[in-house]
Design a protein around this ligand. Structure first.
Ligand code: NAD
Length: 349
């Protein structure tokens, strides 16, 4: 049978484990998978673009498991009362192809994106980076803030959003975490001034420049989360040119990341190499480092693997008949044979 984890089940799992512990467990699983990067068969995601959004499929596999995620990105959705980012995905056994897990991934994606930000920040920011600036307080906001606080040692975050209600929502939700100081800024420049870490997490399908060169100070680490689609950026090209840039999977980030503004020859570095200890992150305390995050299938593989393990251990999620259960695998017609269909109808009645 296939285990089905819907949103209500995911909420139960998170409440049983604890939000911060769930985030930490997700980050640990992801670190493990980043360290064995070379054992994965990787592919840039397959995107279907429209003028206002994108729908993407993200497959990946290793020797044992195959995973995919369906995800969209529609910045205009917020004006229609629909989420900008929505997702679901599956995990299957490579030896038979049998899907063992079908899961919601909208909430899970916010956790996994935040875990990736924290992992990159831990690897690239200066030691003892306690102050962060964050621009964009939408659906991802709390997850990003909590991951920086709990996993990367950030004690104070200054936030800005063009939507006051989004900032106030973030402040309300983060009141549950009093060990983090949260300040609402009046402008992006105010949010960023004096910060060790800057995260941009806005949604606008255009060549935006949320962060401009005069806002960047020596030694800052920048996480660019919202520039994740062709024609959708957040960071001024001159900031990119001056920074040491780290990416998840270069062939995908060249198309989707903020580095789409640079020449294909501009050097970038693999985040996984730093996590695996093969390469150093920043060169010195004055260097500006930048994680050009777009979201890669490996992170969803880790998330699905983690959710499946918890659902199994906690006996959460429904076993569903996604695949026919056949006594004789050659007799698929049995499932729709008129006699069988009539019997099913009677059973249901
Ligand atoms: P959302 O629509 O819920 O929130 C986006 C927020 O950005 C809104 O509150 C909006 O008011 C604000 N904003 C837009 N333009 C702004 C500007 N110029 N200055 C300040 N704030 C501005 O979206 P979300 O789900 O929070 O996602 C945020 C972004 O992250 C999206 O672009 C999404 O595609 C991206 N994303 C990336 C990854 C990844 O792995 N890199 C994963 C998930 C989402």
């Amino acid at each position: 049978m296939t285990r089905f984890v819907d949103v209500a089940t995911l909420r139960r799992i998170v409440s049983r484990v604890g939000v911060e512990e769930f985030l930490a467990g997700m980050a640990n699983t992801m670190r493990e998978d980043f360290r064995r990067w070379e054992s994965f068969e990787k592919l840039a995601r397959v995107a279907s673009h429209s003028e206002i959004g994108v729908i993407e499929l993200m497959p990946i596999s290793d020797q044992d498991r195959y995973a995919f995620k369906y995800v969209n990105g529609h910045p205009v959705n917020a004006t229609k009362g629909v989420s900008t980012v929505m997702a679901f995905g599956a995990l299957a056994n490579v030896d038979t192809g049998f899907p063992t897990l079908l899961s919601e991934l909208t909430v899970t994606t916010a956790f996994r994106t935040a875990a990736a930000t924290a992992i990159a920040t831990e690897a690239l920011a200066r030691p003892r980076s306690g102050i962060a600036g964050m621009i964009g307080c939408g659906a991802q906001g709390e997850f990003q803030a909590l991951a920086l606080h709990r996993l990367a040692g950030v004690e104070e975050i200054r936030v800005f959003d063009i939507d006051n209600a989004a900032m106030e929502k973030l402040q309300r939700n983060m009141a549950a975490y009093p060990s983090l100081t949260l300040r609402l800024a009046k402008s992006p420049a105010q949010a960023v001034r004096g910060a060790d870490i800057v995260t941009t997490c806005t949604a606008d399908k255009r060549w935006a420049t949320i962060l401009t060169p005069e806002m960047v100070e020596p030694g800052m680490h920048i996480n660019g989360i919202g520039g994740d689609c062709p024609g959708k950026t957040e960071i001024h090209a001159d900031i990119l040119r001056a920074a040491k840039i780290f990416v998840e999977f270069e062939p995908q980030t060249r198309i989707e990341g903020d580095i789409q503004q640079l020449s294909d020859k501009h050097p970038v570095h693999d985040l996984w190499r730093v996590i695996a200890g093969h390469e150093r992150g920043r060169e010195d305390d004055q260097q500006v480092t930048l994680f050009d995050s777009v979201g890669f299938a490996l992170e969803d593989y880790s998330a699905l693997r983690y959710v499946e393990r918890l659902a199994t251990d906690l006996n959460e999620g429904e076993e569903i008949g996604l695949i026919p259960d056949l006594d004789n695998p050659k007799d698929l017609f049995q499932q729709v044979h008129p006699g069988e269909v009539a019997r099913c109808g009677k059973d249901a009645a």
